[in-house]
Design a binder for this molecule. Structure first.
Ligand code: LFR
Length: 477
């Protein structure tokens, strides 16, 4: 995505232009789920070539963001030792259980602020191949790895570092005793890099391969995609929550202090770091992953599924006929999602969705309900009312999900921007370059000026969603 800072009567805003797009796929090899990181790298280079060709005034800087927690291990010569493993690989859950049995889970949460997701880097490292750890000299999270290949500088950007589960929430530095507990050397981790640090110019070979000017800077933007997306939420006032909606629905608020109470831990909330040291207090809800995996499964079975038609049919379907808890662990791994949804509904004595439209309706109703559950927990845990829900990210394009979320939560939903991660990434770079003033308020103002969210007011009775919540909670298998 190419971004252009516009200064006009409305203040500073960012105009985004899509220069290129490439898919990201997890690949199963020899019993392990990997990312195709070299495919991603090829996509980055191709994208930079396209962005450069589309920017007659040149490109000042590049910022890399991606999903969180995953990493590559490098040897002493800076060579990648193995293809990074995908966080959805099955190796993590047993390692988490082992480590949590040895540590005090509530104490760990209080120290790091991070929810005990099986895929946290700390648990992945506890499951890591010992020989690889012995040979490794350095660990880089995915965006830091790509930024290293672009600039030659090794960074450990702060927003993404917090998701490892290895950072002290109070000091923002690594907790070395957790490295020891997980069985790896703390010196694999470099010093944490403040968000917005200029890492340096691109390497000469990158300038040559992409046509970019040799002085194009690489900036450690908010490299965790959710941190970038939340940095771009066009919120006004403090009664707004966000849902960063894509593969996951990340439901939360931005705060200045973490909440690490046993109640927050039990409700599945986490405290990740945002740009400017803000805290993203949020819950991971399994998001549109359930739908995208279902579409993949139907296509593998030879069904010709058109997403727009499927969503239209799901919109016409009977509401709340059957609902699942999207956070049930059975939905976390790649696979035949429609079959798992059928099993769940059968086990809980609900009508079993048969057609793709019925299945999609079940998924979207269930996500809206899970959004409601997370917003209600959020209010209870923070003691602060939520009046408006901003849905940002690719999921904000899903009109049906936005409408159902307004209905289920009984709150106004403001949908968009859909490219919130790219916008937040660019906002942080623009601040690092001094094109936008420093601090969260200036960024938020520029985020608002850059977006035109669509409004969805809740329609219809709350009672059916209230009953469905009770039904879901009462029937959890
Ligand atoms: C969203 C996201 C979430 C993180 C999950 C795994 O893309 O980054 O914030 O919990 O992916 O990395």
């Amino acid at each position: 995505m190419a971004a252009h800072v516009v200064h006009d009567g409305d203040g500073n805003r960012i105009r985004l232009t899509e220069a290129a797009r490439f898919p990201n796929r997890a690949v199963q090899v020899h019993g392990r789920l990997h990312w195709d990181v070299l495919g991603l790298w090829a996509g980055v280079l191709e994208g930079l070539r396209a962005a450069n060709a589309a920017a007659p005034d040149g490109i000042a800087s590049i910022g890399v963001d991606s999903w969180a927690v995953d990493y590559g291990l490098l040897d002493a010569d800076g060579r990648l030792l193995a293809n990074p493993v995908c966080y959805r690989d099955a190796r993590n859950a047993p390692a988490r259980d082992r480590l949590l049995a040895a540590l005090d889970p509530a104490d760990l949460f209080a120290r790091t602020g991070i929810q005990h997701q099986p895929f946290n880097t700390v648990f992945q490292l506890a499951a890591e191949d010992e020989a690889a750890l012995d040979r490794a000299d350095r660990l880089l999270l995915i965006p830091d790895l790509l930024a290293y290949w672009l600039s030659g500088a090794t960074a450990c950007e702060a927003t993404n570092a917090s998701t490892t589960g290895l950072v002290d929430q109070a000091t923002g530095t690594w907790r070395h005793e957790l490295c020891t507990a997980a069985g790896f050397r703390a010196d694999l981790l470099g010093a944490i890099t403040p968000t917005g640090t200029v890492l340096g110019p691109i390497l000469p070979e990158i300038a040559q391969a992409t046509g970019l000017a040799a002085d194009t800077r690489v900036i450690a933007t908010a490299s965790h995609d959710t941190a970038a997306a939340v940095a771009a939420v066009p919120a006004e006032g403090d009664r707004a929550a966000y849902i960063s909606c894509g593969t996951w629905s990340l439901v939360g608020t931005e705060r200045t202090t973490p909440i690490t109470t046993p109640e927050a831990l039990a409700a599945g909330f986490t405290n990740e770091r945002g740009a400017d040291g803000t805290i993203r207090f949020l819950r991971n809800v399994a998001g549109l992953w359930l739908l995208s995996e279902s579409v993949d499964a139907w296509r593998r079975q030879g069904l010709d599924v058109d997403l727009a038609e499927l969503l239209a049919a799901a919109g016409r379907a009977e509401r709340l006929r059957s609902v699942v808890d999207p956070d049930d662990p059975r939905f976390a791994d790649p696979g035949d999602m429609p079959a798992r949804i059928r099993d769940y509904c059968a086990e809980t004595g609900q009508p079993v969705p048969q057609t793709p439209a019925e299945t999609a309706a079940c998924i979207l109703d269930s996500l809206a309900l899970a959004h409601r559950r997370a917003i209600e927990s959020l209010e209870a845990l923070t003691g602060e009312p939520v009046e408006t829900v901003h849905i940002v990210g690719g999921g904000s394009r899903n009109e049906l999900l936005c409408r159902l979320t307004a209905d289920a939560t009984g709150r106004t939903v403001l949908a968009g921007p859909d490219e919130a991660t790219a916008l937040g990434n660019a906002l942080v770079q623009a601040q690092a370059l001094g094109l936008i003033g420093p601090g969260p308020a200036a960024r938020r103002a520029a985020a608002r000026a850059s977006a035109q969210p669509r409004r969805h007011e809740p329609q219809g009775a709350q009672a059916s969603w209230q009953q469905a919540t009770q039904r879901l909670l009462g029937r959890t298998p």
